[in-house]
Design a protein around this ligand. Structure first.
Ligand SMILES: *[C@@H]1O[C@H](CO)[C@@H](O)[C@H](O)[C@H]1NC(C)=O
Ligand SMILES: *[C@@H]1O[C@H](CO)[C@@H](O)[C@H](O)[C@H]1NC(C)=O
Length: 215
């Protein structure tokens, strides 16, 4: 049994081996081909990634720039019962090729932690690249809430000669690159603005840039 087994085994093994080698060759060809395709594919992916990154770097949107030019509370000397606030803020799109869509904008004015006025501004608008939009508003009695809690502090500040208000502009913006629009980003521009006893913006705050952040 053992000897016949040994005698018949080699031819079978040789036959098997030939087929096995043919198979191995075919398999290694396939492996090399698929490796080659994989390499090309990964190479293309890398090139695409680098190109996208460079495009993104050159097209990367800059947030709009806000500056405050005018802010006045004419009857501030009368204290907390003021009924009029006027402001002029500009929003500039400094991007070379990117437009900005603004949803309707909202303005809130704070004295310390208390909101003294809120109003909606402008209708939704589109801002071309390198364009500046003036945001000018005169608020009157309807939008100004009586500021009673902080009356003493306000009067103190008036006496000292500087009252600092916070003007917050809020909007949802989308960037437009060619025909593609990004998703909406909730944007806030926060202007700190000091006014003097006459209710007009103080020189130190005029034409200052307002920090912009997204939430
Ligand atoms: C607002 O300020 C800008 C920049 O100083 C000025 O060009 C514009 O005329 C002002 N607009 C109003 C209505 O005051
Ligand atoms: C800004 O946009 C307005 C409205 O689209 C346009 O009339 C004005 O010419 C633009 N200004 C600049 C400097 O491109």
């Amino acid at each position: 049994m053992n000897s016949t087994g040994r005698q018949t085994a080699p031819p079978i093994k040789r036959h098997h081996t030939a087929r096995y080698y043919a198979h191995r060759v075919r398999e290694s060809l396939t492996t090399r081909l698929s490796k080659f395709i994989c390499t090309i594919f990964l190479g293309l992916l890398l090139v695409l990634g680098v190109v996208t990154f460079i495009l993104w770097l050159s097209l990367r949107p800059h947030r709009p720039r806000f500056h405050i030019h005018k802010f006045s509370v004419p009857n501030l000397a009368e204290g907390a019962g003021f009924t009029e606030i006027t402001f002029n803020v500009t929003a500039r799109n400094s991007n070379q090729n990117i437009g900005i869509y603004y949803d309707s904008m909202e303005a809130s004015i704070y004295y310390k932690d208390q909101r003294v006025a809120t109003t909606s501004l402008l209708f939704p608008f589109y801002q071309e690249p390198k364009n500046t939009t003036v945001i000018y508003k005169e608020l009157n009695g309807n939008t100004i809430t009586e500021n009673s809690e902080r009356t003493m502090e306000l009067m103190n500040d008036v006496a000292k000669g500087t009252v600092v208000f916070g003007l917050e502009l809020t909007s949802t913006i989308r960037f437009k690159v060619s025909t593609w629009k990004t998703k909406g980003h909730r944007m806030h521009a926060n202007c700190d603005v000091g006014v003097g006893q006459d209710g007009n913006i103080l020189g130190a705050y005029k034409d200052k840039r307002c920090p912009v952040y997204f939430t």
